[in-house]
Every structure is written in structure tokens, then in C-alpha cells.
Design a protein around this ligand. Structure first.
Ligand SMILES: Cc1cc2nc3c(=O)[nH]c(=O)nc-3n(C[C@H](O)[C@H](O)[C@H](O)COP(=O)(O)OP(=O)(O)OC[C@H]3O[C@@H](n4cnc5c(N)ncnc54)[C@H](O)[C@@H]3O)c2cc1C
Length: 406
């Protein structure tokens, strides 16, 4: 049996941060990190399209799931602390106009390298290709796979999203076996599948839009039309609101800054000033041409050739379609394609100051395995990094407490 002071299950964004912060807090304590893949941090490399959107300047105000719990965590460490932490690793960042934070190098590999090298410098022992299959609570703490034992453990195996990058949901089973409740799981930040009848010609077209789900929820930003439905940041953000198994419609407003009346007025004026304008060009000043054609076809299946022949009620229909292009939602692309898992280990069973378990003393959890998820923009990595730093420090302090009481 290999004995260690702290066992960390999962070498992703949160696990690497937990290892670093535990070692920094208690350099003499031994920390062993188990990772089931051949290398740690594989998912980090895929984030932000390889650029790693590692945080967001507006994280504190973001509507995370279980916001009150997240607020409690962020009350201890916030975005400034995250950036200071990365600077302590020699990693500098920049923000874009929407507050999204990226490494200055613009490559995710820099972020993983910085975390990996710090783990190595601090003497964190890492065992790859080692999957935590079973955890047993014992009088002295925890035993994993009957091979590794420690008085404290941090579970940071991620969720079910993007299983090709290691997170296959096994962390939930481990936590459940130790008395933890897992809230319903669903893929989030994932592409939407819809009826494609009216968007067949739009594959590859991008547009700005405000999206509204008939069952509640909205998102704004870029949408990308695909052969299965919708992708792009706005569609991914809207997926947070999808209720699996419940039928719904997605309404796309391509001109959220114009009222329907104002649009109808502008189109009527265009028709008056340029009656010979081919109808197919009527919307080219507003939306990409292919999208304009799809909108016209849906609004007026038998559109007249020129603007002059469009009737006033047809102008209203076109304006309405630009503001409310509807697609029936059929589902999402599922966990395989999702960036995040919504749901997870119930936060009610964790102390938001320490991320320590209330039902299993000596156990800590961080990152996506907890029931916390956010939207696109760096919010999920920021949660993973900051919760990892807190769980690592708490676990180190907890071990000090144990030592002090002996
Ligand atoms: C394609 C993609 C792009 C993304 N881009 C962004 C972005 O730009 N910004 C952002 O904020 N978020 C992004 N995310 C989300 C973000 O990557 C995750 O929220 C974050 O990585 C979660 O960190 P984690 O440590 O909790 O879990 P993970 O990063 O999933 O790490 C969990 C680790 O545990 C290991 N593991 C799992 N089970 C076991 C076990 N039983 N035994 C041992 N090891 C185990 C896994 O192999 C994995 O290495 C993206 C996600 C994807 C899939």
C-alpha cells in the first residue's frame, strides 16, 4: 500500500491547481495525483480553440448554476487572484473587449506547461494511466483501488462532457459511493439540433442573433448554421436552458437593435425609393445574403421578383421573420460534443469556504464534478482553477489540523 498525505483524483484544470496550492501551503506534505490518461491536462489543450480562455474579468457577476455557493467561493479568491496566481507561474494574460482572458502567448499549451512545471518544481508526484476505480473510507482516511492510502482526498475528475479528454463521469460514481448526492446531469455548452428544413442552404453561414427558447432562456452572440442545426457561442450558451425531453422552439432575432415596426418602416421606404430592386437583394444590407434569402423564403414562399410588388402586409411578414425566425428544437449534440456538464455533486453537501465535504470528513471536491457550471467566456475554467486552489489549500490546512491534534 502506498501511503501519502494527500491524494488527488484527476489531473485536469482543477486537480493541477489543487496540487499546486496544497504543496505551496504545506511543502513537506506528500501529494500524489492520479490521472487516468497518459498525460495530465489534455482538456486544457482543447479549450478556447487551442487558445485557452482561462477566465473572465466579469466572473463575479456571471450567472453560474448555484450562484450563492459560487459567490462564497469567489469571496475568498477572485479573478485578480487567479491572474496573480498565473503570474506566479510566469504566465501573463490579456483580456479581449468582452473581458475574456487568454494567455499572452495565445496558446493553451502555455497554460498547461506552466501548471505542469510548477507541479514538478514543488515535488507533486503524478501517476498517469492510473484510473481511480474505487475509494473506501477507512479509520485512517481513504484507500483508492486498494493500493493508495491517504488521510485526505480531493476528487476532481470533471464531469461527463467531452469524454475523449478523460472526463467520463467516473468521479460522480466515486462520490456517490462515499455518500454524496449527485443532481441530474445534462450536457451544457453544446450544439443544438433542430428541424433543418428552412436552413438547409445555410450550412456554414454565421450571423449575429438573439436566441430565445420557448421554454425559457435567451442568449445573444454569434450563431453558426450547420447541417444538424445551430452552433456558435449564442447557441452553446442557449443550451444551458434546454430541458431534455421537453419540446421547444428556438426563435432567432437577427436584428435585436431594431423594433419590428422600425424594420417594416425601413423596408417600406426601400421599396418606395428603389421599386426595381430584386427582392433577393432586399435584406443584403441587414444579414448575410444566404440568410436573407432563407428569411424571405420562409416569410413569403412565393416572393415577387421586385420590391415594387411586395405588399404592405408582406413587408410586415418579412420584418416579423427577421425578428422571429423559428426552428423546432429536437435536442442537443450530447455529452460527446458538450464543453461542460450541468449538474453534479450537490453543493449542499460541501462547505463553500473550504470545499470540504459535510458528509465525508477529509474529502474535498473542486471543478466540474461539483454542481456548478457557467456560460461561454472563460467562466468554467475560472471556476475550475479557483475552486482547485481553494480545495488544495483547505486540504493542506486540514492535514495540519490532523497533525496538530495527534
Ligand atoms: C472543447 C472544449 C473547450 C473548452 N473551452 C473552454 C474555454 O475556453 N474556457 C472555459 O472556461 N472552459 C472551457 N471548457 C470547459 C473546461 O475545459 C472545463 O470546465 C474544465 O476543464 C473542468 O475542469 P476539471 O478539472 O473539473 O475537469 P477536467 O478538465 O475534465 O479534468 C478531469 C481530469 O480527471 C481525469 N479523470 C477522470 N476520471 C478519473 C478517474 N476515475 N481516475 C483518474 N483520473 C480521472 C480526466 O482524465 C481529466 O484529466 C471547454 C471544454 C471543452 C471540452
Amino acid at each position: 500500500m502506498k501511503q501519502t498525505d494527500l491524494l488527488i483524483l484527476g489531473g485536469g484544470a482543477s486537480g493541477l491547481c489543487a496540487a499546486i496550492s496544497a504543496k505551496r501551503a504545506d511543502p513537506n506534505a506528500s501529494v500524489l495525483l492520479l490521472e487516468q490518461l497518459p498525460r495530465v491536462g489534455k482538456k486544457i489543450l482543447a479549450t478556447g480553440n487551442g487558445r485557452c480562455n482561462l477566465g473572465n474579468q466579469n466572473a463575479g457577476a456571471h450567472p453560474y448554476a448555484n450562484k450563492a455557493f459560487v459567490r462564497g467561493v469567489f469571496a475568498q479568491l477572485d479573478t485578480d487572484d487567479l491572474l496573480a496566481f498565473f503570474r506566479s507561474l510566469g504566465l501573463y494574460t490579456r483580456a479581449d473587449s468582452e473581458g475574456r482572458l487568454y494567455p499572452l502567448s495565445n496558446t493553451a499549451a502555455s497554460v498547461l506547461d506552466a501548471l505542469r512545471l510548477e507541479c514538478a518544481r514543488l515535488g507533486v508526484e503524478t501517476l498517469c494511466e492510473t484510473r481511480a476505480e474505487a475509494v473506501k473510507k477507512t479509520a485512517g482516511g481513504f484507500v483508492v483501488n486498494g493500493r493508495f492510502s491517504a488521510p485526505k482526498i480531493i476528487v476532481c475528475c470533471g464531469g461527463c462532457a467531452a469524454p475523449a479528454q478523460g472526463s467520463d463521469g467516473s468521479g460522480f460514481a466515486l462520490l456517490r459511493s462515499l455518500g454524496h448526492e449527485i443532481t441530474p446531469l445534462k450536457p451544457s455548452l453544446v450544439q443544438l439540433t433542430t428541424d433543418v428544413k428552412n436552413i438547409r442552404a445555410l450550412k456554414g453561414v454565421r450571423a449575429a442573433a438573439k436566441l430565445t427558447l420557448s421554454t425559457g432562456g435567451e442568449a445573444q452572440g454569434e450563431v453558426l448554421f450547420t447541417d444538424y442545426g445551430l452552433s456558435g457561442i449564442a447557441a452553446m450558451d442557449l443550451s444551458r436552458f434546454v430541458q431534455p425531453g421537453k419540446s421547444a422552439t428556438v426563435k432567432l432575432d437577427f436584428l435585436p437593435d431594431f423594433s419590428q415596426e422600425k424594420l417594416a418602416e425601413i423596408l417600406a421606404e426601400m421599396r418606395q425609393k428603389n421599386p426595381a430592386l430584386p427582392t433577393e437583394n432586399l435584406l443584403t444590407g441587414f444579414v448575410p445574403k444566404a440568410l436573407g434569402l432563407a428569411v424571405l423564403k420562409t416569410a413569403l414562399p412565393a416572393a415577387p421578383q421586385t420590391a415594387a410588388s411586395i405588399q404592405p402586409n408582406e413587408i410586415k411578414k418579412i420584418a416579423a421573420e427577421l425578428k422571429g425566425f423559428s426552428l423546432a428544437l429536437t435536442g442537443t449534440k450530447g455529452f460527446t460534443h458538450a464543453q461542460v456538464t450541468a449538474g453534479g455533486a450537490s453543493v449542499k453537501q460541501f462547505d463553500r469556504r473550504t470545499l470540504g465535504s459535510r458528509v465525508c470528513p477529509g474529502l474535498f471536491a473542486c471543478g466540474e464534478v461539483l454542481d456548478v457550471d457557467g456560460g461561454c467566456g472563460g467562466f468554467n475554467l475560472e471556476w475550475a482553477f479557483l475552486s482547485g486552489l481553494i480545495a488544495g489549500k483547505s486540504a493542506a490546512d486540514y492535514s495540519k489540523k490532523i497533525k496538530e491534534t495527534i
